[in-house]
Design a protein around this ligand. Sequence first.
Ligand code: 13P
Ligand code: SF4
Length: 314
Amino acid sequence: MVNYDTDTQTDLEPKILELKKELNGVILAHYYQESEIQDLADFVGDSLELSRRAKNTSAEVIIFAGVQFMAETAKILNPKKLVLLPDLDAGCSLSDSCPAPLFKAFREKHPDHIAITYINCSAEVKALSDIICTSSNAEKIINQIPKEQPILFSPDRNLGRYLIKKTGRDMLLWNGSCIVHETFSERKIIELQIQYPDSKLIAHPECEDQILKRADFIGSTSKLLNFVQEDSALSYIVATESGILHQMKRFVPDKTYIAAPPEKSCNCNECPYMKLNTLEKLYLCMKNKEPEIKLEPDLINRALKPIEKMLSMS
Ligand code: 13P
Ligand code: SF4
């Protein structure tokens, strides 16, 4: 019997690599992408690392295997380059929870506050912010803001609460969240901890407080990946999108990684937006040079400032 999927994939990989050469392109992928896409990418990283790579690339075309806000950031940093996203519908629930007109009103209500905004937001919201941050550099950036300066932190309330605890700063929070990081079941995680008493719980700061309270280590995707490489434990319960397990297994194959489970029997610990990108769509977007990220020059100019501020502060 012919395995259609496998045949398609093995056919596509060399074609994608050939197209990349023709386009003088670079494939950037986030850790939450399907493993086949991660394996083909020139660079796999977290939001901060991907922004840095996008800024410094000499390639003419950036093929972004991630979600819209990440590809938009790459475009803002490289307005003259063609930036392709395999599926334009790859959005983000967190970004959607913060529409620009409401965010503008929030800012206007608190004119004395500086706005530090998580990179998981639209280009319009970036343009309305003072400084962008990621989960890798948020603490470092907040610690550089003078103590007397009040702060608005948007859009993730879980990351915001975590940062308030870490920095001791009393920030005003936007009430947004990520559908994936709010899916983890505390009850099932405790069951796993009883079943695997030597395992460590490691969590992304977008998780809810009851999960973070139980975590042995909290960090961005790349910090979680570094932790399992440096730490002495042999097994981990991983509370973030399950795509990261691919790199954990690649870097430290002899350890055990258990994806933190959702309460329901579903694949809710997979980001439905990230997973819209497939190898087939990656191939087609490179072949057709679309879908392309398009942003107005004025929006690019306004959104660039808070992103550059982030890069200079991190
Ligand atoms: P990282 O920057 O930690 O990779 O997070 C990106 C993200 O979307 C988390 O949900
Ligand atoms: Fe957005 Fe959550 Fe998906 Fe990250 S995991 S891209 S925050 S919906």
